[in-house]
Design a protein around this ligand. Structure first.
Ligand SMILES: [Mg+2]
Length: 299
């Protein structure tokens, strides 16, 4: 493990470093709080800190306070080093946010045991954060295509719409539907249908560049949106998108399958609600389907 020592006493510092290195740790030893704080500013700085309480320039308490005040994804585990008889200092250190303390002269066995406690806690914390991030991802993404799901895109769209209306700019919403998707499922089976959805999702990601603006809305329907400033931008924007996702061949487990899509496009108007905007796009998509498919229709 990557460990930082801040200790001004030469003998204590040398011993700590030797013991920890022997135990296989990657150790950075500093001589005062200031130097320790500099190292903690760096990326990938040590996650387990052993800080002497009394040091020149910046004492251990100050370092603890600074570390706790700075927002790190995984806060470091801090062990304070104190001399015998500094009971009130120990309490102060723990109050300031230290996790544990060690009394000098330290016992090697005790040092190892306390480092191990810290390592276990850091490991647990990391796993918790990872599982929380995984849950957040699962709650906002479609598991098959890994695009945003309907709930997440509606959230993003609401935020974008509010911002656009406040700044008097606009957004364009495109509702995209694969033409005759049922035929693909009926002819080749659902797994091939899934391959098509995954393949189209990838093309949409490439075509839109902003991942927060593209989603699987449900079934074979996808929703994308773009902020725009002048109406002239909208047509080329969607023409380019359309050419990248319609009349294309996608790789599936049963070979290349050609698909076309229909797109219904709606532009935000002052005062229009999210539901109205999506409803207009839906209606335009319906018109595109009714008038022959493989095309885009503006609401
Ligand atoms: Mg000291």
């Amino acid at each position: 493990m990557h460990i930082l020592i801040a200790e001004d006493d030469y003998t204590s510092r040398t011993m700590l470093r030797a013991v920890l290195q022997k135990a296989g740790h990657d150790v950075v030893a500093t001589v005062d709080g200031d130097e320790a704080w500099q190292i903690l500013q760096q990326e990938d700085s040590p996650k387990l800190l052993i800080l002497d309480l009394l040091m020149p320039k910046m004492d251990g308490l100050e370092v603890v306070e600074k570390v706790r005040a700075s927002q790190k994804k995984i806060p470091p585990y801090i062990i304070m080093l104190t001399s015998k008889g500094e009971k009130s200092d120990i309490i102060q250190g723990l109050d300031a946010g230290a996790d544990d303390y060690l009394t000098k002269p330290f016992d090697v066995g005790e040092l190892r045991a306390r480092i191990e406690v810290g390592r276990r806690l850091l490991e647990m914390q990391k796993e918790l954060i990872e599982s929380r991030e995984l849950l957040a991802h699962q709650a906002t993404h479609d598991p098959m295509t890994d695009l945003l799901n309907r709930r997440a895109i509606m959230n993003n769209l609401q935020t974008a719409l509010s911002r656009a209306q406040k700044n008097q700019t606009n957004i364009a919403v495109g509702m995209i539907d694969i033409d005759h998707f049922k035929r693909i499922n009926d002819t080749y089976g659902h797994q091939v249908g899934d391959d098509v959805l995954i393949g189209l999702a990838q093309r949409l990601k490439q075509a839109t560049s902003v991942q927060d603006h593209v989603s699987r809305f449900g079934g074979e329907e996808f929703l994308v949106f773009f902020p725009f400033t002048t109406k002239d931008e909208v047509e080329p924007l969607f023409s380019s998108l359309f050419s990248q996702v319609s009349g294309i061949s996608l790789a599936t487990r049963k070979g290349l399958i050609r698909i076309t899509v229909s797109i219904g496009i709606a532009l935000s108007k002052p005062g229009c609600s999210l539901d109205e905007l999506v409803g207009f796009a839906d209606k335009a998509l319906y018109d595109a389907k009714e008038t022959g498919r493989n095309k885009m229709v503006f609401a």
